[in-house]
Design a protein around this ligand. Structure first.
Ligand code: ATP
Length: 130
C-alpha cells in the first residue's frame, strides 16, 4: 500500500492496482468460477481461429465481468469496514452490486453463445461425422 501523502509513480500505481486484484481474487469465491470460465472461452475462441473482431469482443466481455467482480469486492470490503453491523439498507446496496455482476455475467454468456455457438457446433458435427 502506497503512502497516500506521497505522490505515487506509475510503477507504484501499477503495483497498488495489481495488489488490489490479488486481494479481490483471494477474497471473492465467485472469481474462481468467472476466471476459469473466461480463460476457457478465450482458449476455445483462439483454437477455433475466430476473427479478430470476435476475439476483441470476447476479451472485452471477459475483462468487463472480471473488473465488475473486482469492483464488487472493493465495494463489499468498504461497506463491511465502514458499516460492519447488520442494516437492511446495506444489504440492499450489496444485493444491487451483486446484481450488477449477475447482469454482466448473463450478458457475457449470451455473447459467448453468439460468437462461439455456431463455430463450436460445426466442429462438433464435423467430429461426429468423421
Ligand atoms: N451488513 C449487512 N447488512 C445487511 N445485509 C448484509 C450485510 N452484509 C451482508 N449482507 C447480505 O449478505 C449478502 C452477501 O454479502 P457479502 O458482502 O458477505 O457477499 P458474499 O458474496 O457472500 O461475500 P464473499 O465476497 O465473502 O463471497 C449481501 O448481498 C446482503 O444481502
Amino acid at each position: 500500500m502506497t503512502d497516500p501523502h506521497s505522490r505515487s509513480t506509475w510503477r507504484q500505481k501499477f503495483a497498488d492496482a495489481s495488489r488490489g486484484i490479488g486481494v479481490a481474487v483471494r477474497g471473492q469465491k465467485s472469481f474462481w468460477v468467472h476466471f476459469p470460465a473466461g480463460v476457457l472461452v478465450l482458449v476455445t475462441a483462439f483454437a477455433l481461429r475466430l476473427p479478430a473482431t470476435s476475439m476483441a469482443i470476447l476479451w472485452l466481455t471477459v475483462g468487463v465481468v472480471i473488473a465488475a467482480e473486482v469492483a464488487n469486492s472493493a465495494f463489499e470490503a468498504l461497506v463491511h469496514t465502514v458499516h460492519p453491523s447488520f442494516d437492511p439498507r446495506i444489504g440492499r446496496a450489496l444485493d444491487m452490486a451483486a446484481g450488477a455482476v449477475l447482469i454482466l455475467s448473463i450478458a457475457a454468456v449470451a455473447v459467448g453463445i453468439c460468437l462461439l455457438g455456431w463455430p463450436l457446433w460445426k466442429v462438433v458435427v464435423g467430429v461426429a461425422a468423421a
